[in-house]
Ligand binder design. Structure first.
Ligand code: AMP
Length: 249
């Protein structure tokens, strides 16, 4: 069983994101970047499958600028076996990423691709679903429990009304939610070992994918700043303000 795990390099979740002064995007220079938190969860799940003997090989793949190699190294230090970096300085939209992942799936023939449910930078929540559609594979999205069986995977999904359990045939696409597991920290010896693991270098051209953007960003703006709150003395005063000032009840 072979697993392909896409890992995206994003602004660290602890950083307060700032809009660039010219409104063309958000500030990324001199900003701490890390692996998308949902992707840490998919790497963890894949490494656990390897440790349990159900998976033989875990491949971490990242698409984007040269520094994505650091993100791949983090996945290798957590236990992935090898990496693939598709190098591009252009902004990559989910459809372009899904097309390149499809080309990699055609090349590597994994049994399962485990993605994050969304990347915390663009919050698109599209890549896994698009990849499943392009491949014609079944998908289990927003997964909080995963069980590999013979030729199938059973998944518990977090949906609006509660939890849904489904079983899909392999090969399949899974996108993971927060509650699936708690990712490990890479130990120092494993960080050292990861330096020796191989990372293949490719380009979008090698994969035959046109990455020309289809979306034009007109402007990016900060959200309106919130007004200061007021302390109320009594519940009656609160109700009065909600009724007569905020007019929400
Ligand atoms: P999105 O559809 O952008 O919210 O991303 C969903 C998931 O797709 C992420 O959690 C990653 O697993 C994967 N993904 C998206 N963009 C990339 C990228 N540039 N490199 C690697 N994985 C990606």
């Amino acid at each position: 069983m072979k697993l392909l795990i896409p890992v995206k390099r994003v602004i660290d979740y602890n950083v307060k994101v700032r809009v660039k002064s010219d409104g063309t995007g958000v500030e990324t220079s001199n900003v701490k970047m890390s692996m998308n938190p949902f992707d840490e969860i998919s790497v963890e799940e894949a490494v656990r499958m390897k440790e349990a003997g159900t998976a033989e090989e875990v491949i971490a793949v990242s698409l984007g600028v040269a520094q994505c190699q650091e993100t791949i190294r983090t996945a290798l230090a957590m236990g992935a076996d090898r990496g693939i970096h598709v190098a591009s300085d252009e902004e990559l939209e989910p459809l372009a990423v899904a097309k390149m992942l499809k080309a990699l799936v055609d090349k590597e023939s994994p049994d399962l691709v485990i993605l994050g449910k969304q990347a915390i930078d663009d919050d698109a929540n599209q890549t896994g679903q698009m990849l499943a559609a392009l491949l014609g594979w079944p998908q289990a999205t927003f997964v909080s429990e995963l069980e590999l069986n013979d030729g199938t995977v059973k998944a518990v999904r977090e949906i609006d009304g509660g939890l849904e359990t489904i079983e899909v045939n392999l090969p399949a696409i899974v996108t993971v939610d927060l509650r699936l597991n708690e990712p490990r920290y890479a130990s120092l010896p494993n960080i050292m070992k990861a330096k020796k693991k191989p990372i293949d270098e490719l380009t979008p051209d090698d994969l035959g994918v046109d990455i020309t953007p289809r979306i034009e960003t007109l402007t990016v703006e900060e959200p309106a700043s919130r007004e200061a709150g007021v302390m109320v003395e009594t519940v009656a005063e609160l109700v009065d303000k909600l009724k007569n000032e905020a007019r929400v009840i």
